[in-house]
Design a protein around this ligand. Sequence first.
Ligand code: ADP
Length: 615
Amino acid sequence: MFSRRGGVHETRQDSRITSSDWAQLRRAFSFLRPHRASLIGGVAAVAISGGLALLFPLLIRDLLNSAFAPGAAVNSAAAQLNRVALILLGLMLLQAFFNYLRMFLLGRMGEAVVADMRKRVFDHLINLSVRFFEDRKTGEITSRLTADIATLQGAVSLQLAQFVNQGVTLLGGMAVLLVLEWRLTLLMLAVIPALVVAAAFFSRGLRRSSTAFQDDLASANATADEAITSIRVVKSFTAEGWEAERYGAAIERSFQSALVRVKLRAYFIPAVILGMSLGLALVLWYGGRLAVAGALQSGDLVAFLLITVFVAGSIGTFTDLWAQLQQAIGASKRIFELLDEASDLPEAQEPVRLTNVRGEVRLEDVTFGYGRGGDAVLRGVSLTARPGEVVALVGHSGAGKSTLVSLVSRFYDVTSGRVTLDGVDVRDLATADLRGLIGLVPQETQLFSGSVMENVRYGRPGATDAAVKAASVAANADGFIAALPQGYATQVGERGVMLSGGQRQRLAIARALLKDPKILILDEATSSLDSESESLVQAALEVLMRGRTTFVIAHRLATVRRADRIVVLADGRIIESGTHDELLEARGAYADLYELQFKRDTTANLVTGSAGGRG
Ligand code: ADP
């Protein structure tokens, strides 16, 4: 499972690669399928260049054997030298060409695969339910998109190339060695078992430390992400030092895990080199004896030694590749966990298609809890909003108002009871259809980086510029937009022009107008706007609500008064409902709330009157 809250993974204690690991790898490599041509071309180029490398020692052998052949004529030796030099040059050029091919083909493939994978993972991610994101830290998720996929990139391009290259060197070299001098070859092979044992030990530690490292890094990312997203809070509490310390501690942990890996490698690689050097020394010693005894030509001995160096090098590389493979398996697991995460809001198999939507929303005996052992947040809530009706939800904070409206959009599924739209259970509708019918004006409007035009068009992608402008006019946003430096083309959102709360709200209203939904969910801003913005926003909302079934989480008296019905929530239950006057008359919870929360608006309204003006 993708661990909830934090990245604590079960770390495997051994270095064996199980069948499920292979399945992961196969799956990772399935991303190569569209790039088959590059893969085959690249691998062939690697194999050829690896094979060519083996020819160098053989040429040198010829060279030395002919130069040192007893009684060789000077002339013929010189001619031989020229010939060999030319062949060497040719080989080098050829190798350069194949090296270019492999680097280009496999490099391009690696980049393409990573890009595909990122797109695929993001595509999957963005379709997961709200709950998925609530349960996890953003930084943890983005870390998978970035760091883990980057690790896999190494596996599918560089390491694959290395693997093929070293495989050719190892097998080809071994074959050549056996032909050259089998006794020496066997002697050399004597060091291999020791190396294999060392490698097994090493990769076990490495796997453990690299999973730990990726986890620690992901949690450090999460920390940074949190601090950066809440930068204002951080600053206002002058918590920079504390945040820096927190991030520092997380990075320190990842550094310590990385250090384990560094130490392991620092022990292991020299040990492998030492082992191989010992093998070489052995070969040199025994080969020297054979040469002295006349059983081996000097060129053969040199070629043998050179190829042994190659083979030994490839054995060393293999052990390292093994370790990297473990890392890749770890990374691919983390990525596939994400890809396998199913939405906890199952789509209807045969969704009901609504035509001529009236917009009647009904909650029937709805009980809902956020799960995770928490209590029910809504209990036995029944409520019908008739088409076009404006229902104001009031109640103390935590009463369940936001929860109620999020069930209408089906951000969550009810625990029991049902939510219907025109009599159809929302679970029987295609989620996209349902949400297409609902417009949301949140408390805090989020603008995306882009122009004002693009931001409003978010309400209905594909809307014409004229439609965007019309919606902005209706939302009382046209005035301030025209006053922006580049009008509708002005960049807003991150690094763009800063807009006031009231201006952002009017953009959100324009968005909703453009979307033209049957049902509207308004989460009134709690922070008060200046009176001018306030009245502009209010007027825009009037336009927006016209003819739509509206749920409004109300914080203002004006809204509450105008609502067709006020529903008072307390502790997840509806305790009262009726019009403002009816409820005041009843002297119940609403009357208390009115005294406490809404009445101060009356005085404010008296002071400001019905201010109007420019935006
Ligand atoms: P209101 O909108 O009336 O302030 P909410 O619907 O936001 O109330 O919250 C109702 C209860 O549900 C609160 O106790 C709150 O802590 C809890 N709650 C709200 N959102 C979540 C969530 N995403 N996950 C878990 N609990 C939540």
